[in-house]
Ligand binder design. Structure first.
Ligand code: PLP
Length: 434
């Protein structure tokens, strides 16, 4: 049954008259699935409540950050206490030091610098890589999203090993002419560009396990290969863990491959979970590389709200509560949802493939059998997904409003929330088949 949307529709109307497209980040407009974007009034645990009073099990979790669910009482209490002490000083604070220590203890970085968004983190990381190496070329993979950094909003040029073209109007060709875009999971393409530009590549940046074209995990040993290839050519390996960091495991994606295989990235970017729902992000890495950053070194980088005391308090509280039990709970709930989604789609005769890394997964509506790069991801049947999405929404489950996004759960996804998802799946799968 379609749910009432009069209040969301009215707000959307007002929003469109004062904000481009009515939203502050494009995917929220529901353009890919159609219909009225739900304006959210409040959230608690695994549940969202919209302005019409509809409740939804949240399978987006703010696009990843809400690892503990919404309005976790302990996080709320620490944030409230921090707010009472003032909200921003523009001077160093204790929570920044503690959060940096917590990140250094978990992730393969010796030092970190805080910023306010994942975009700033990747932008600053490539600046630092260029400043450290004295080189200018950046290599990335098609389908990997690193925020809206000009140099990284790039599409592949006319052939492998040719420089990229702007991925959006507004990015000048001069911003992408030092970016090379390669197919993901393609070792030969990586070897080719390093051979062709032997002393020019400052860094290769990759999502540690891509989640922005749907979940497309690195093939076995791929990240190790990237780290080794960069090292052999004097380039830095930048692992973007904005989405995966402290989400797919306690140590992020690196905990699933690098820590096991015995390699480390040179720089890592973080965001989402480490801000506990507030704008906080970071980049970090080898001490000798980070030492090139101002004020210790010459590479400039700064931010008025960087290391903000409320954001770092929320992030610290979240990470301290993110125990092994939390990851085990999310993993088990994700497993249940994943296999139920697959069963329902199979029974309805909908071609699909479910892919996961750690506790993060996505469902591709494709007959291609396996998705290993962006071209494979584009075989997704976006209209089947749109039908599935709306059937789930009508049944009280809030999925990402795009076929190319990861699904996220939290430690607050209890039996009632998971059961609501399971109950919704069979009819949604039939809607996708129609
Ligand atoms: N890097 C990755 C892997 C991301 O998933 C995102 C956002 O989704 C970003 C960077 C950009 O982060 P932000 O949206 O905080 O700027």
């Amino acid at each position: 049954m379609p749910r009432p949307t009069a209040a969301s529709s009215a707000l959307f109307e007002r929003a469109r008259s004062v904000t481009p497209g009515g939203v502050n980040s494009p995917v929220r407009a529901f353009n890919a699935v159609g219909g009225t974007p739900r304006f959210i009034r409040s959230a608690a645990g695994a549940w969202l409540t919209d302005v019409d009073g509809n409740e939804y099990v949240d399978l987006i979790c703010s696009w990843g950050p809400m690892l503990l669910g919404h309005a976790h009482p302990e996080v709320q209490a620490q944030v409230a206490a921090a707010v009472a002490r003032g909200t921003s000083y523009g001077a160093p604070t204790e929570p920044e030091v503690e959060l940096a220590e917590e990140i250094v203890a978990r992730a393969p970085v010796e030092k970190v610098r805080f910023v306010s968004s994942g975009t700033e983190a990747t932008m600053s990381a490539i600046r630092l890589a260029r400043g450290f190496t004295g080189r200018d070329v950046v290599v990335k993979f098609a389908g990997c999203y690193h925020g809206h950094v000009d140099a990284l909003l790039a599409s592949a040029g006319s052939g492998l090993a040719t420089f990229a073209v702007p991925g959006t109007p507004g990015v000048p060709a001069s911003s992408t002419e030092l970016t090379l875009v390669l197919p993901y999971n393609d070792r030969a393409a990586v070897e080719k560009v390093f051979a062709e530009y032997p002393d020019r590549i400052a860094c290769l940046i990759t999502e540690a396990s891509p989640g922005n074209m749907g979940v497309v995990p690195p093939e076995a040993g791929f990240n190790a290969f990237l780290a080794e290839t960069c090292r052999a050519h004097g380039a830095l390996f930048v692992s973007d863990e904005v989405m995966t960091g402290f989400r797919v495991s306690r140590q992020g994606q690196w905990g699933l491959d690098g820590a096991v295989e015995g390699w480390r990235p040179d720089l890592v970017t973080f965001g989402k979970v480490m801000g506990g729902g507030f704008p906080a992000a970071a980049f970090g890495g080898r001490a000798d590389v980070m030492a090139r950053l101002a004020p210790e070194g010459p590479v400039y980088q700064a931010g008025t709200l960087s290391g903000n005391p409320i954001a770092t308090t929320a992030g610290l509280a979240t990470l301290r509560l993110a125990t092994d039990e939390v990851y085990a709970h999310i993993g088990a709930a994700a497993e249940t949802v994943k296999s139920a989604a697959s069963d329902a789609l199979r029974q309805a005769g909908v071609a699909h493939v479910v892919q996961a890394t750690g506790t993060m997964f996505s469902v591709f509506f494709t007959a291609s059998g396996r998705v290993r790069d962006f071209d494979d991801a584009l075989t997704t049947d976006a209209s089947a997904y749109a039908a599935f999405f709306h059937a789930m929404l009508d049944a009280g489950v809030y999925l990402p409003p795009s076929a190319y996004e990861a699904w996220f759960l939290s430690s607050a996804h209890d039996d009632r929330a998971v059961q609501t998802v399971l109950d919704a799946l069979p009819a949604a799968a039939r809607a996708a088949a129609a």
